[in-house]
Structure formats: C-alpha cells, structure tokens
Ligand binder design. Structure first.
Ligand SMILES: Nc1nc2c(ncn2[C@@H]2O[C@H](COP(=O)(O)OP(=O)(O)OP(=O)(O)O)[C@@H](O)[C@H]2O)c(=O)[nH]1
Ligand SMILES: [Mg+2]
Length: 256
C-alpha cells in the first residue's frame, strides 16, 4: 500500500459514538427493549389511608421523581449491503439497475442526500437482499465534511461493503486515489469498518479511459479483486448480483 492507514488523522475523529458521550444501548433485534430512565416510585392516593373512622383523609403520599437525562437517539439503517463511493461514482445508478428503488441520478455531486434502500430480488428462488445507497463520501467525511456522518453511521449495520469507483475518472480524479481515500475515511470514522468484508466494483467501464485505468488499478492493488461493470448500461449487473449474494451468504456463515 502506498499510504499509511495508521497515520494520525488531522483532527480527532469523533468516532461512531460521536463526541456525544457513551453509547448506552443498541437495539438491533425486533422487539428488543431497554429502560433508559426508570420512573419514580408511585405515590399513594388518600383513599389508601381511609379507615372506618377517617373516611376522607386529608393527606396522601406523593410519588418520587423518575430518572432524567439527555440522550441522543440515532437511527441506523439495517441493510445487507452498503454501497459506498465518491459522489458521482454511480451508486444510485447501480441501485436503480439492481432493484426497483428509484433514487435520483444526476451528473452532479451529492445528488443523493439521504440513504436509500433497495431490495434486490433473485426470482429463481425468491431470495432477497437489501442494498443501501448512501450519499457520496469525500475527503474529511469522518469529520463531517460533505455529508459526513449523516450516512457513515448507516453502513455500520451492513454485512458487506461495496466500494464503487468511477473507473473512468470522469470528474478528473484518479480511481486509485478515490479508493485510498474511501478506505481512509472508513478507517478514520471507525476502524472496525475495515474488518467488514468489502468488494471493489469498477463502474463506467463503457468510457474510453476506463480500461487503461483498470489495468493501472489492478497493478497498484493486486490483492483487491475488482468487478468491472457499467451500471448505466446494465453491463455486469447479473455478475454483481451474484457477487453480493455469495458475499452476504459468506458473511452470514462466518458470523454464525
Ligand atoms: N458513462 C457512464 N456514466 C454513468 C454510469 N453509471 C452512472 N453514470 C453517470 O454518472 C453520474 C452520477 O450517477 P449517480 O448514480 O447519480 O451517482 P452517485 O454515486 O449516486 O452520486 P451522488 O448521489 O452524488 O453521490 C450520472 O450522470 C450517471 O448517468 C456508467 O456506467 N457509465
Ligand atoms: Mg446518488
């Protein structure tokens, strides 16, 4: 690798719990409950003190105040696959190609402003997977640059990550720089994200520059297998669907 993943971040990364304090509970199962603040002991109304000779007591026992606190609630989308990539890499185009989700697609960065979930269907055996398209990552996302945290927390629940690269470099950036930066942002946000199974997918392979870039990319990152696709033209989509299905199954059996 050409850069040091362990390098010190420029600023202290707030991390998954943010700078808001400690995580007190994590609800991941349907029906799971957690008592955040206990209510106070209840009081007794005056009828509890009524006797035959004192039928209307003028006193009662007040209740005690319950616990109080300030807490942040965070919603994290649960999906099997998290699609991460630089703005304009084609994440939403890919989600449109594999599912019936219709996120906005456009040739400007930050088209997607909120995470979108699509359901990928495998008609032969009715299998289904959920894929989450999150807004584009940029350098400094872990520090909340761009849309930063607004989405990084969502991919923490995904079983596998797909790093989608614009292999044609249409925005004038080199795909290998994008790749390094993505890994760096993930690591700076939460190092555990780098332990998640991840797959590299090269998009926009229909563009003239893509083939040569892919060769260079493979030379630079020999260990990262890459799936070439052209999401905008439906090319490589079946292979991609197979890839994520096998990868999620593998991640399942590894965690079982
Ligand atoms: N040539 C080519 N263009 C593509 C392909 N896939 C997507 N695009 C174009 O790339 C641009 C960005 O696509 P989006 O799907 O909106 O990209 P995104 O990654 O979701 O972008 P953000 O939501 O801004 O992060 C659009 O103009 C797409 O038409 C492809 O396979 N080939
Ligand atoms: Mg998008």
């Amino acid at each position: 690798m050409e850069y040091d993943l362990a390098a010190e971040p420029e600023e202290t990364a707030p991390g998954p719990a943010g700078d808001k304090g400690q995580q007190v509970a994590d609800l991941t199962q349907h029906g799971q409950q957690f008592v955040l603040c206990k209510g106070g002991r209840g009081g007794l109304g005056n009828r509890n003190f009524a006797t035959a000779v004192r039928q209307a007591p003028r006193f009662a026992q007040p209740g005690e105040p319950g616990e109080e606190g300030e807490f942040f609630f965070e919603l994290r989308i649960i999906a099997d696959v998290g699609l991460v990539g630089w703005p304009n890499a084609g994440k939403s185009t890919l989600l449109t190609a594999i599912s019936r989700a219709r996120p906005k697609v456009a040739a400007y960065p930050f088209t997607t402003l909120t995470p979108q979930v699509g359901i990928v269907e495998y008609p032969k055996d009715y299998h289904r997977l959920t894929v989450c398209d999150v807004p584009g990552l940029v350098e400094g996302a872990h520090r909340n640059v761009g849309l930063g945290h607004a989405f990084l927390r969502h991919i923490q629940r995904c079983k596998i990550l797909v790093l989608l690269l614009d292999m044609a470099g249409t925005d004038g950036r080199a795909p290998w720089d994008d790749y390094r930066q993505l890994l760096k942002e993930l690591e700076l946000y939460d190092p555990a994200l780098l332990k998640r199974p991840r797959y590299v997918v090269a998009n926009k392979m229909d563009e003239p520059a893509a083939e040569a870039n892919l060769k260079t990319f493979k030379r630079k990152f020999r260990k990262a297998p890459v799936l070439p696709i052209a999401a905008g033209f439906g090319e490589g989509i079946d292979k991609f669907k197979r890839l994520i299905r096998d990868a999620v199954a593998k991640a399942h059996s590894a965690s079982a």
